[in-house]
Design a protein around this ligand. Structure first.
Ligand SMILES: CC(C)(COP(=O)(O)OP(=O)(O)OC[C@H]1O[C@@H](n2cnc3c(N)ncnc32)[C@H](O)[C@@H]1OP(=O)(O)O)[C@@H](O)C(=O)NCCC(=O)NCCS
Length: 176
């Protein structure tokens, strides 16, 4: 687990811990949030504790909780790390439903990208989303990535397969 904290205008990006299980369960058990994520909708908080235990020892990826500065509420999470399949730094994110549409995802992703750029020399970033998930594509575009083509999305348990839209961006100055 890392101990990195990144402050943005409205968010604190900080490590996730087992103590976040109840907050995280609120959004991962929400079908509206889980629909286009690789995980299937969580039904038991114990599954969240297991995921958080994994996150806390995962050395290959930087996982962050997104805490809203105004009230200290954990409103989402995301991660960034080298993605060998996409040949660049990959990232992902999800927010609780009542926090959508306020620019928080864009703010958090930009901060994670800037961190990777400045701390690890990351220059190429790549990510993708399920074709109907246009809000996610807009986050990627607002963060400076461009559409490169279609791919395939599959949930981790194989329960859903559909076309994905793939994005990448090369940065020779820090993302902002
Ligand atoms: C995708 C998600 C993270 C976007 O978070 P967000 O904080 O609402 O995104 P932002 O507010 O930064 O908005 C990004 C852009 O998308 C636009 N947008 C929002 N909802 C949209 C929709 N349903 N369709 C098209 N565009 C949409 C916003 O208007 C914004 O553009 P603008 O600033 O030009 O208006 C959020 O909807 C979510 O958590 N979804 C469930 C999990 C998920 O799908 N994660 C991504 C998996 S690839």
């Amino acid at each position: 687990m890392h101990d990195i904290k990144i402050r943005t205008e409205r968010l604190l990006l900080r490590p996730l811990t087992i103590a976040d299980a109840e907050d995280v369960f609120e959004w991962v058990s929400d079908e509206r949030v889980a629909r286009y994520m690789v995980y299937t909708t969580y039904t038991d908080i114990e599954q969240v504790r297991q995921w958080l235990a994994f996150v806390c020892q995962d050395a290959s990826t930087y996982h962050f909780g997104f805490e809203r500065l105004s009230d200290g509420k954990l409103i989402g999470s995301g991660d960034i790390g080298p993605d060998t399949k996409r040949d660049g730094w990959g990232f992902g994110y999800n927010l609780r439903y009542d926090s959508w549409g306020m620019g928080y995802a864009t703010e958090a992703v930009r901060a994670m990208m800037r961190y990777a750029y400045e701390s690890f020399g990351a220059r190429k970033f790549a990510s993708g989303h399920c074709e109907p998930n246009l809000a996610s594509g807009n986050v990627m575009k607002k963060c400076g990535l461009h559409f490169t083509g279609y791919g395939t999305f599959q949930k981790l348990d194989g329960s859903c397969k559909m076309r994905s839209m793939e994005y990448e961006g090369y940065f020779d100055e820090a993302p902002r």
